[in-house]
Design a protein around this ligand. Structure first.
Ligand SMILES: Nc1nc2c(ncn2[C@@H]2O[C@H](COP(=O)(O)OP(=O)(O)OP(=O)(O)O)[C@@H](O)[C@H]2O)c(=O)[nH]1
Ligand SMILES: [Mg+2]
Length: 382
């Protein structure tokens, strides 16, 4: 018995001795600890310089096009393999197909049909590519940046893009999330709401006379307003500021020049769309618009109703921001105190125009700055 106790005591002592680290091991553990906390601190610092941007908005509003612009302006652009992978090249069936398409596009009946394209579903870029079939027919054809920007490809999963922008001696990392805007895609949006620094909400301003692809009974602009109302009043986004991109101003200008008129909506939905004819934008509002589009400053280059329509649409979105317009009964009414943690700034954009987007994006690192949006924007631009 005594012998057994003795050996047990010996085993315990040896185990205990083994469990204590040697001086050398303790030193190494301390060093490892130091390294880990250094890495953590470094990581925290990097996290601080990271901006998570969410691109939201209904389908075909231009979210993916803006992401492509970010890649061109701040990323590495598109390399040859990406260009050759583009849908444009996949869409070219054969030379014979292109010949027939070219002949059809030259037909007056088809042109007449195109002039009424707001009455059916046709992608925006159709005319752009049909006008350049002779170039696309060339076996040497390689899509240009503009061709890639015009190319339409529906987003049906959450797309993540990263790029860095130098700012004040350090790099700000942008984490951009592009989502699908069709009704069925929007339930996925909540997955990326966590830790968002800013929302970039895209609106197709030219869509006032079109209906949704996924629901032909629903007006596209009304859908965009309702969707924006949901985002602006979402409790998870209470402290997230919104950059509202009133997009496709070029398409809007073309439509107005052809005689399309937003006042038709006032007749259909008088509670949402106030009388357009009696609406007059202020001088400052016109100036703000022209600053984004200096080419329209020449009175001959733009129908006067273009700026009027763009500002009219901006007012509709601002009414939602101010709580003066409620579209969906089920959306909880929030007061100005509830909204005090975020703001909304609007921009008139043309997502396929790199200069225009660059001008707007130059301002993007600013949400990193603790100053409120309005103050900075006013100081820089007006
Ligand atoms: N002319 C013109 N075309 C635009 C503009 N913005 C986007 N487009 C075109 O509109 C089409 C749709 O744009 P996308 O960027 O794919 O739209 P999206 O919001 O990502 O759409 P979903 O992925 O379905 O949510 C593309 O063919 C773009 O080239 C614009 O400002 N002007
Ligand atoms: Mg998309």
């Amino acid at each position: 018995m005594q012998g057994k106790l003795k050996s047990l005591f010996k085993t315990i002592c040896e185990d205990k001795l083994n469990s204590y680290p040697s001086a050398e091991e303790a030193k190494r553990a301390k060093l490892r600890n130091k390294q880990i906390s250094k890495t953590l601190k470094q990581h925290q610092k990097e996290e601080l310089k990271k901006l998570k941007i969410l691109l939201l908005g209904t389908a075909e509003s231009g979210k993916s096009t803006i992401t492509k612009q970010m890649k061109i302006i701040h990323g590495n652009g598109f390399d040859m393999s990406e260009r050759l992978e583009k849908e444009i090249l996949k869409a070219i069936k054969s030379n014979e197909f292109l010949e027939h398409t070219e002949q059809l596009w030259a037909d007056s009946g088809v042109q007449e049909c195109y002039s009424r394209s707001h009455e059916f579903q046709l992608i925006d870029c159709a005319k752009y590519f049909l006008d350049k079939i002779s170039e696309i027919k060339n076996p040497e054809y390689i899509p240009s940046d503009q061709d890639i920007l015009r190319c339409r490809s529906l987003t049906n999963s959450i797309q993540h893009t990263e790029f860095c922008v130098p700012e004040g001696g350090h790099q700000i990392k942008f984490d951009v999330y592009d989502v699908g805007g069709q009704q069925g895609e929007r339930k996925k949006w909540i997955q990326v709401f966590d830790g968002v620094n800013a929302i970039l909400f895209a609106v197709d301003c030219s869509s006032f006379d079109q209906t949704l692809r996924e629901d032909p009974t629903k007006n596209r602009l009304l859908e965009a307003l309702e969707n924006f109302e949901q985002v602006w009043n979402n409790r998870f986004l209470k402290n997230v500021s919104v950059l509202l991109f009133l997009n496709k101003i070029d398409v809007l200008a073309e439509k107005i020049a052809k005689g399309r008129d937003i006042s038709e909506l006032s007749q259909q939905y008088p509670d949402t769309f106030p009388d357009f004819k009696s609406f007059t934008p202020s001088k400052l509002e016109v100036l703000r618009f022209l600053e984004s589009y200096p080419k329209y400053s020449n009175a001959n280059s733009m129908h006067p109703d273009t700026v009027k329509t763009a500002v009219y649409i901006q007012h509709l979105f601002m009414k939602i921001v101010k709580g003066d317009l409620q579209l969906k009964e089920r959306i909880t009414k929030r007061d100005s105190e509830w909204h005090s943690g975020h703001s909304c700034e609007t921009f008139y954009t043309c997502a396929v125009d790199t200069n225009n987007v660059q001008k707007v994006l130059e301002w993007l690192p600013i949400p990193y700055n603790p100053e409120p949006f309005e103050k900075i924007w006013t100081a820089i631009n007006f």
